[in-house]
Design a protein around this ligand. Sequence first.
Ligand code: ADE
Ligand code: ZN
Length: 345
Amino acid sequence: MKTSLSEFIANLPKAELHLHIEGSLEPEMMFALAKRNSVKIPFTTIDEVRAAYNFRDLKSFLDLYFAGTAVLQTETDFYELTKAYVEKAITDNIRHSELFFDPQTHTDRGVPISAVFAGIARALREARSSDGFSSKMIMCFLRHLSEEDAFETLQAALPLRADHTDLWCGVGLDSSEFGNPPKKFSKVFDMARELGFRIVAHAGEEGPPEYIWEALEILKVERVDHGIKCETDERLVKYLAEHRIPLTVCPLSNLKLCVVKKIEEHNLVRLLRSGLCITINSDDPPYFGGYINDNFIAVASAFNLTGEDLVDLARNSFRSSFADDEQKMKWLQEIDEYADNRAID
Ligand code: ADE
Ligand code: ZN
């Protein structure tokens, strides 16, 4: 069957491995929750919010991102936020998603950490039973805060682990990168690894290749979130290729945060051709102008990617996930069938 590029992408089964659930807050929901919870936000219209999506760098985005999260107060808010993302993910043919969440963003405002876990988990479990949608939760530490703060967060979250073993599988690191190297969190990640959590970290989004090395060698990450600043270090690129360490790349995010000037200048296709395990993800979709399929379309159009390239990227997303092997095989078979039956017109 012949299909258009956008149909090919839309129907392609895929996994999303880099999505901040707080960053999926659409302006409409921001207003609705602000009203419901009587929270003041610095905007009077939805157009005003969208006009503010104009960033110079990661820091300028994070300022708005943290301001937006103030409307999230209750278990129901986290449930509705997650439900809205999952509904969109299902229409985009995402079969499996690994969601980042930042409890410190909320506990610092007095929201109980249990409400954050419970609201996200309720929506994910409902989607699993109603639509077979598979998911995991990855708790991220905010790197602009101290390691002690991260320890406190891990300690506060551990009593919730038993009730979330079906979902909470990993620990990550996000927020402003410059000046907050992975090594700042070496001890808390040692502890998380000893407790059996899967480990990821944002590194090389804006920061230097040394931060990627630290994420690999000190935190012992299994995947690098972004990682695109690896390219100036030949030995690092070789290492990432040889060990097939996945990079969860977010092209429209990199564009919006001025890490690249034009999508045509993005290095992900070059890295893919150099043998790296590249995956495509949306990061914080409303803020960056697109969900996962929009990211695929932007890259496919800019680089004239073939159906095989796109299938390769989707395969990478399943292989790099923290789902079990039996489930991964099923998805990979589904992709094989898809690839056998479709071609881009
Ligand atoms: N938190 C939400 N989005 C992020 C990003 N792109 N980088 C670091 N921290 C984030
Ligand atoms: Zn991110």
